[in-house]
Every structure is written in structure tokens, then in C-alpha cells.
Design a protein around this ligand. Structure first.
Ligand code: UD1
Length: 430
């Protein structure tokens, strides 16, 4: 089992290059099988979730060729099977995007129901409601969603809640339905827009992505294309928070500053200096930061995937901050771990009341999920002494070379596999 060991206390200083967005890459890889021609995807993040999904489409017969670390060619003409193995879906929930993609291409898909997840119960009723609206028959047999239809017909769909996954899944299937589909109360996240742009590059006719009404006119066939994945706003935001927590000075490069506005606004409000240019954001923190309140909301609100990292910064800020989780009910699991590092946080339902402390103390902690794991790394970078983080498999699902990028900013962090390696690191870091 891999772990991170960190010696805290150094401010992060320098420049860091942000990878492509995992949450755009996953649906785009799924959608790439919707044509029999070759699709070349660029700026793909080299993270475990992406690599598992590539294996999963190869598992149903697609041809996958890695051109280099960030480029892959996918050809879906050799797909023999519309049934996705449970082995993949249990590793990444986002394999459920293959439902929309396979339905769109073959009118037929069989995908095991994704299980629960550490951040709360995650139903997929809105995905299924959308598929049914466009004429898909769905049965759940022995834990597997069996979806099929003779022909999908466009429909007017009103989503009961704003869901990134459901919006994308329905958009993919409907882009090949006959006639017009309108998705109302759609999610507006940058990765929803990126998937729509990608589908349009393959020949789809989708308008309005990025607003809450998406209009799709189905087309009978897609063609190949070359497409670069949008930069990862959550990876970017994580480095911005690491700069703030360590009183650093970091230029986060290869980003779309507009996507980071909710994050930049909160950091400015608590006392960071933020400088934006065309494709980078610089975060400078020179003094102890101030309190604030944050509520996570669908885009363009403050992202739920940044809530743990923001809380780690606020737990060091002067005064009492209030953080309310508005999307997932179980996203404060890291609080117990952070408390062991000296934080003063009380959770009541979906609200955390945070009394800022001056510093964290290094401790041995466990990563409860992907973003919470990244947040604990940030705490370790600020902490006095050594921090060891267990269960970093979660972090590796979504951050490319996290420790390498942090080291390039001056952090003392190593990925290790044994107590001996931890001792060696502690000895050499003094
Ligand atoms: C995606 C992101 C995840 C992010 C989340 C919210 C990926 C792979 N994951 O997850 O990192 O935290 O968006 O920005 O892109 N819901 C239902 N029924 C449904 C679908 C969702 O009740 O059919 C609920 C969920 O439980 C949650 C809320 O809607 O409370 C939002 O979930 P959703 O936007 O669907 O999140 P994901 O697409 O799963």
C-alpha cells in the first residue's frame, strides 16, 4: 500500500502545470466509442480513473492506442459487446457513462449498477428517468441495468435536481435519438460544456451547454475527430488552496481562469492576492488569512469537490468559518483526521463550524476519499513536523503526479511503500 510522507512547513513557491480534467475525460472517453472512425484525445490526464476506463472500453472490444502519456487514439468499430463488466464499474462509478454512449450507438447497453461511495449515497434515478423519456426500456436484473430500445425519440426532459452525470449521460444518448431533445435544469459545469463540444466535434448538434437548457437535435452518425480535454479546474483549485495554506506564491498554469472564479473569489475574500492572466492564475498569501462562509452548490457556485481543500485553509484562518455542504451529505469524513492534526472543527449535519488554529501538527492520517485525501496533503504541507497519509489510492485516482508537482514547488513529500522508507525520509529530511 502506498502512502505519502510529508515534512511540512515550507511555503509552496513556483509554477505548476495543470492537467486535463478527469471529470471531462471520463465521459469523453466513453463518448469516443460512439463512432466507427478513430478519435484522438489530447491533454488526457494520466490518472488511475482514466486508465481504468480505457481498459474498460478495451474490454468491450474498442481499439485503444496510447500515443504518448497524454494522447490516446480510440476506435470503436471493433466493439463486440454492449455489456460492461462489474470489475470496472466497481473501480470507477463513471463507467456508467458507457450506458449513454452504448445506447446512443447501439440502442443497447448493459452496465452494472454503480454502488455507493464514500461521499454519500449517489442514486442514478435522474439518468434513468432521462433515458426512459427518450424511449429506452430499462430493467434492473441482478444488480445490472439492462437498457434497450428499437429507436430513441427526442423528448422534453425536466431534471428534478441538477446532476452533472445525468445531464451528460442523457446528452450523449439523445445526440443520436431521432428528433429534438430539450434538457431543462441541466448542469452547467465546464465539463458538461466540454463533453458537448466534443460530441459536436464528432458531428452532434447540441446547443445551450453551459446554460440550464440544452437543446439537442439527433443525428444518425458520428465521425472521428481530434479533441483536447479542458484543463482540470479542481486540480487547479487544489494547488491554489495549497498555496494559500502554506503562505506561498504559486502560478497555476494551463487553466481557464473563468472556471476558477468561485474559488478565486473566496481566496480574495479571505485575504489572498489573486492575479489572473489569459491561461494562468497566481495565488499569493503573505499573512494569516481571515474567516468566511462557504456553501457548495452546482456550477457556477463553489464546487463540492473543493470543499475539503477550502476547509483545510479556513481551519488555519483567523476567526470562525462556516462551511455548508449543499451537494453530498457525507463529505466531512476528513474532519476527524484533520482534528488529529490540531484542527478545531465541529460538524452538525451538513455544516462544519471551523474555529481557526495557527498551525497543524503532523500526524498519521488516512485519506477517506479523493478530494479529502488531497486536502489532508495540503494540511500536511502546512503542518509542523511529519505527516503520513495512508490510503492514497484515492488521491491517485484523480491527481496526476501530485507529489512530483508539489516537490517542484518546494514541498518535501515522498510516495513510499514501507515503514523503512518512511524512516529513511524522516531521517534525510531531518
Ligand atoms: C460529478 C463529479 C463529482 C462531483 C459532482 C458534483 C464526475 C465523475 N464526478 O459527480 O466529482 O462532486 O459531479 O459536481 O464527474 N443525484 C440524484 N440522482 C441522480 C443523480 C444525482 O439524486 O440520478 C444527486 C446526487 O446524489 C448529488 C447531486 O444529485 O446529491 C449531484 O450529483 P451529480 O451532479 O450527479 O454528481 P456526479 O455526476 O455523480
Amino acid at each position: 500500500m502506498e502512502q505519502y510522507v510529508i515534512k511540512g512547513g515550507s511555503p509552496l513557491v513556483g509554477e505548476v502545470e495543470i492537467a486535463g480534467a478527469k471529470n471531462a475525460a471520463l465521459p469523453i472517453i466513453s463518448a469516443a466509442i460512439m463512432t466507427d472512425e478513430t478519435v484522438t484525445l489530447e491533454n488526457l490526464p494520466d490518472v488511475n480513473d482514466v486508465n481504468v476506463l480505457l481498459e474498460s472500453i478495451a474490454g468491450i472490444g474498442a481499439h485503444v492506442e496510447r500515443v504518448d502519456r497524454h494522447t490516446v487514439k480510440i476506435n470503436g468499430s471493433t466493439i463486440r459487446d454492449c455489456s460492461v463488466e462489474y470489475e470496472y464499474i466497481k473501480k470507477i462509478r463513471a463507467s456508467y457513462y458507457l450506458l449513454g454512449a452504448l445506447l446512443g450507438k447501439y440502442n443497447n447497453a448493459s452496465v452494472p449498477l454503480p454502488g455507493g461511495c464514500n461521499i454519500g449515497s449517489r442514486p442514478i434515478d435522474q439518468h434513468l428517468k432521462g433515458f426512459r423519456a427518450i424511449g429506452v426500456e430499462i430493467e434492473i436484473n441482478h444488480g445490472t441495468i439492462e437498457a434497450k430500445c428499437r429507436m430513441m425519440r427526442g423528448a422534453h426532459i425536466f431534471m428534478d435536481i441538477v446532476s452533472v452525470g445525468a445531464t451528460i449521460n442523457i446528452m450523449m444518448a439523445a445526440s443520436r435519438a431521432s428528433g429534438r431533445t430539450i434538457i431543462e435544469n441541466a448542469a452547467k459545469e465546464p465539463h458538461v460544456v466540454d463533453v458537448a463540444n466534443f460530441l459536436n466535434s464528432m458531428g452532434a448538434n447540441i446547443k445551450g451547454a453551459g446554460t440550464d437548457v440544452i437543446r439537442i437535435t439527433g443525428v444518425p452518425v458520428f465521425h472521428g475527430c481530434t479533441y483536447p480535454i479542458v484543463p482540470d479546474m479542481i486540480e487547479a483549485g487544489t494547488f491554489m488552496m495549497a498555496a494559500a495554506a502554506t503562505k506561498g506564491d504559486v502560478v497555476v498554469k494551463n487553466v481557464i481562469p473563468k472556471h476558477l472564479e468561485a474559488i478565486s473569489a473566496k481566496l480574495t475574500e479571505i485575504g489572498c492576492e489573486i492575479e489572473e492572466s489569459d491561461d494562468s492564475v497566481r495565488v499569493v498569501a503573505t499573512k494569516r488569512l481571515n474567516r468566511t462562509q462557504v456553501k457548495t452548490q452546482p456550477y457556477p457556485g463553489f464546487p463540492t469537490d473543493m470543499q475539503p481543500q477550502m476547509s483545510v485553509v479556513l481551519a488555519l484562518s483567523q476567526g470562525t468559518s462556516i462551511v455548508t455542504e449543499g451537494i453530498f451529505e457525507n463529505r466531512f469524513k476528513y474532519v476527524d483526521e484533520l482534528t488529529r492534526m490540531g484542527a478545531n472543527i465541529k460538524v452538525e449535519g451538513t455544516t462544519a463550524i471551523i474555529d481557526g488554529v495557527k498551525t497543524y501538527n503532523g500526524a498519521r492520517v488516512s485519506s477517506p476519499d479523493l478530494r479529502a485525501g488531497a486536502a489532508l496533503v495540503i494540511a500536511g504541507l502546512q503542518a509542523e513536523g511529519f505527516t503520513v497519509i495512508d490510503d492514497i489510492g484515492y488521491i491517485l485516482r484523480g491527481y496526476e503526479d501530485f507529489d512530483g508537482k508539489l516537490r517542484s514547488l518546494g514541498a518535501e513529500i515522498r510516495k513510499v511503500r514501507s515503514e523503512k522508507e518512511i524512516e529513511r525520509f524522516e531521517f534525510s529530511a531531518g
